[in-house]
Design a protein around this ligand. Structure first.
Ligand code: CA
Length: 228
């Protein structure tokens, strides 16, 4: 589906022109004419990007930005007047991703939007394809595991077990759950099979296998992957 942009702009002529140009580029556009409408729009389907005018009726762009940031990492491009404090807009306090000073060139704005969306997609892909904890790195795409940069040879079961635990850090898996997930429903083995595989895994990836700090035992419950 096409990416959705929330456009928050109270100047109706400008909002209309921008909406037209964004839609021409294939974006879906929702327009909010004041801060209140903007926050209402955020509680529905989350947009992929927000274009946010600073000077707005009811709730101003600063407050809207702060409020969005409390619950969302959605990229935000601020539309500002020439004399705005750019450090404040891009800094920790507001956390916008970019800004455009009015009056601006629409093509320039489109270029910024595309650059930010491209970056967001790349980051999302990077999170899925690499897991890194301490000296351990898992390349999910290549199914390759390294410790301190050195490749570790894992059996297919060991790898599957490791990547399942690692993809949900902090989640406790019981032995039965792991058996079912990794060995499958029809496996009639003992849950101690899981313990043996965990021991082998620890010998390969832990610095001190007897005192593991990556794959942790939760007494009476099962195992979990360390949270960063
Ligand atoms: Ca305005």
């Amino acid at each position: 589906m096409n990416e959705k942009i929330l456009l928050v702009e109270d100047e109706k002529t400008l909002a209309k022109a921008l909406k037209f140009n964004l839609e021409k580029e294939g974006f879906r556009v929702e327009v909010a004419f004041d801060g209140e409408e903007a926050l209402n729009a955020m509680s529905g389907e989350e947009p992929d990007l927000v274009i946010l005018d600073l000077m707005l009726p009811k709730i101003d762009g600063y407050e809207v930005c702060r409020s969005i940031r409390r619950s969302s990492d959605v990229p935000i491009i601020m539309l500002t007047a020439r004399d705005e404090d750019i450090d404040k807009i891009l800094g920790l306090e507001l956390g916008a991703d970019d800004y455009m000073t009015k009056p601006f060139n629409t093509r320039e704005l489109l270029a910024r939007i595309k650059a930010i969306l491209r970056r967001t997609v790349q980051q999302a892909a990077a999170v899925r394809s690499f897991i890194k904890v301490g000296d351990l790195q898992i390349d999910v795409i290549k199914r390759k595991v390294t410790v301190k940069g050195r490749e570790v040879a894992l059996t297919s079961r060991e790898y599957n077990l490791l990547s399942l635990l690692a993809s949900n850090p902090g989640k406790v898996y019981s032995r039965e759950e792991l058996l079912e997930e990794i060995w499958g429903d029809d496996y009639s083995g003992d849950v101690r099979t899981v313990d043996v595989h965990i021991r082998h895994l620890r010998e390969k990836i832990e610095e001190f296998p007897a005192e593991p700090n990556i794959i942790l035992t939760v007494w009476g419950a099962g195992y979990k992957f360390r949270e960063e």
